[in-house]
Design a protein around this ligand. Sequence first.
Ligand code: SF4
Length: 350
Amino acid sequence: MHPFQYQRATSTAQAVAAVAPEPGATFIAGGTSHLDLMKEDVHRPSRLVDISLLPLKQITALAGGLRLGAGVSNTAAAAHPEIQRRYPVVSEALLTGASTQIRNAATLGGNPLQRTRCPYFRDPAQPCNKRAPGSGCAALGGINRGHALFGASDACVAIHPSDLAVALAALDAVVQTTGPRGPRAIPFPELHRLPGATPQVDTTLAHGELITAIDLPAFAGRSHYLKVRDRASYAFALVSCAVALEMDGEHVRRARLALGGVAHKPWRLPAAEALLVGEKPSEKLFRAAADAAFADARPLEHNAYKIPLGRNLLVQALLETSGLQALAGPAGTAFAASVGGLAGTFPAPY
Ligand code: SF4
């Protein structure tokens, strides 16, 4: 690990002022992802500005919704009674991610900013445009069973690993920030970007811009999160799915769907959402929506299995969210799947 300066911020203004003028400086809160990258020599910050003592740990009511402080731990958010009652998709997504110990330290502001789990990104001996721009992409000619189906580029085919981010995208959450240019609100689907020619840039945040809260808008429907992974715990999604349905009697008034594990950002499904609106839930309808959701998928050499897997997962999530089928397991759990073929051949740690 390379030497770095450490300082503890006592206010958001002080934190921003410490990071913004120094290109190598960065914020750190729980550090659950960041410290791994430093130990793997993937990230070499010149300065860590510790924001863990800032007063960002409240969950408060907000115009029919909730404001979640960026410093709230994943554990506290997943167990919060209002989140469990009104936004179960958030609680379920959090509980499918990592171990209890990591959830205790990880924060809501940091979780969506975790970097890809592409194994080549985390191996400094491999070419990787995200880690070392211009060096190439080892995944394109390597093992890419965990990589993207949508929105990839010739420079990078990585996926975003956060479960929480998929739930927040489906709920149209809003990210509150403060930075060198003052506060701003970012619609969650605009927080992450596609790789294009600059995959080293994950988000639309400016350097020194600090997430202070995540707002969940008013929502009076049913929501649910399902995730498929190689083993039952402490694994990232091969494919995951967040569903938020609002009903008008027996018919769908509004549907919001997002996939995880398939793109460089949580992947919203506008064509599938439009198919559901005004319709009465049925398995036939959900299968049509799932077909629409994956119509534009562009598989790589090793990840075509994600298409039928994702279609079936989306149908299952819709059946369970709409009440046509009972939950497959206790809320907050996901099931493991054998994906056959290349299972187990992907370099650790994926
Ligand atoms: Fe790097 Fe992206 Fe290629 Fe992975 S997919 S090796 S993160 S450029």
